[in-house]
Design a protein around this ligand. Structure first.
Ligand SMILES: [Zn+2]
Length: 404
């Protein structure tokens, strides 16, 4: 290990006792999720409102008002839509352009390593009629940052997350486009902070807390400088600016507004999938389901993203199948029992398919990788127990943990 420590502040906020939601399969270890007195998670409560209580006609009328305020009359871009051309950004961009007559500029932050299907979907998306700016950050720097993030945050993918979040704002200020449309408010859809539940937009001040989860590029850079992974000169380069939002003053003078499409239109991932297949040439993974889950149509772009989900299993005891099953239970597609069976079968499956590629990318050997994983398991004694030399979950949603 280069550092032998973690900077992930989410770890200390995990409740000391693992509990699962009474309605879905998610646990209270998920960062920022809350459980009410009946043991139901915030995402399930929101899903109930989404399907039963929210007046979607009224929300669409509000969307029309917003779009009428921004729609360009001279062919200029009037909104920025970030995304990979996957099912969700495909849905948002296509709706904005073809249903609401907007003129979006779509922007893509390149994944760590494109998969074939991810690239094909990206190409099909722009070919469906969208202008797109694709940014590949300097590959040498990204790999270094990813290695550091893997060790210090237990998640190399957070680097991509920072870039993906920042790019929409960086492009918005450079092109002078105030309106930015994200897809779903992940915090309320998947369980997290409910702070912005009643709001269509997000304040600039919330970014650091909700999206960057208290982790910023600057703290990584500081560690890198100490270990001489970067020189001071390199740290000032524009490459690093790609991972930071523009200054708040610039965003304010542009009048930047970031809205979630999911506030205005009911967000059902399975329906976005059918919509994107129909309208933006989207294809599910021909290799079948993604490792760690049963789904074939989400997060297909990056060969390394299996390790983002797998590390969540190490740090929080829940992974990709938990998240997918929980959402489908909330949308009424499957029962809690079916969800628990899917979690049992797929959650935490090791992403072996691209393991070698991942190690090469980070410049690590297998022993170094195992050392980091061991550190995060050891930091999670309420989640994992070592018995007979093997780590096992203490609690599972299907009742198969060593302490269940
Ligand atoms: Zn729940």
């Amino acid at each position: 290990m280069l550092f032998g420590k973690t900077l992930d502040r989410q770890l200390e906020k995990r409740p000391g006792k693992v509990r699962f939601c009474a309605k879905c399969v998610v646990s209270n270890q998920r960062p920022r999720i809350t459980f009410d007195s009946e043991g139901v998670c915030s995402a399930c409560r929101y899903a109930h409102e989404k399907h039963r209580e929210i007046d979607w006609k009224e929300r669409e009328a509000r969307l029309m008002d917003l779009l009428d305020r921004h729609r360009s009359k001279n062919g200029r871009y009037d909104c920025v839509v970030p995304g990979s051309g996957g099912k969700d950004s495909g849905f948002v961009a296509h709706q904005l352009k073809y249903r609401y007559g907007m003129n979006p500029l779509t922007v893509t932050f390149a994944p760590h390593i494109y998969t074939d299907i991810g690239w094909q979907n990206y190409v099909a998306f722009k070919d469906a009629g969208f202008d797109n700016v694709l940014i590949f950050p300097d590959g040498k720097t990204v790999r270094k940052l990813s290695r550091m993030a893997f060790e210090l945050w237990g998640d190399h993918f957070k680097i991509f997350g920072l870039g993906q979040k920042a790019i929409a704002f960086n492009i918005a200020t450079r092109f002078g486009i105030p309106l930015i449309f994200y897809g779903e408010n992940g915090e309320i859809e998947y369980g997290g902070s409910v702070k912005n539940k009643e709001k269509p937009f997000e304040d600039i001040e919330d970014w650091s807390e909700l999206y960057f989860q208290g982790s910023t590029l600057d703290e990584l850079l500081e560690e890198g400088l100490q270990k001489r992974l970067f020189t001071k000169e390199e740290a000032r380069s524009e490459t690093f600016q790609l991972y930071k939002p523009p200054p708040a003053s610039e965003l304010r003078s542009l009048g930047a507004e970031m809205h979630w499409f999911s506030y205005y239109k009911k967000w059902v991932p399975q329906e976005n999938y059918y919509y994107a297949v129909e309208n933006t040439g989207f294809k599910a993974n021909p290799e079948g389901r993604s490792e760690g889950t049963y789904s074939k149509y989400a997060s297909l772009d990056d060969k390394t993203d299996g390790f983002h989900y797998w590390m969540a299993h190490i740090k929080f005891g829940i992974c990709r199948a938990t998240s997918d099953a929980a959402h489908e239970i909330r949308d009424g597609h499957i029962t809690r029992e079916e969800g628990a069976a899917l979690v049992r079968r797929y959650d935490g499956e090791f992403p072996a398919r691209h393991f070698r590629t991942f190690l090469d990318y980070l410049g690590m050997d297998e022993a170094g990788f195992r050392e980091v994983v061991e550190m995060y398991r050891t930091l999670s004694p309420h989640i994992w127990k070592k018995t007979g030399g093997e780590w096992r979950l203490r609690h599972t949603v299907w009742g198969g943990g060593v302490d269940d």
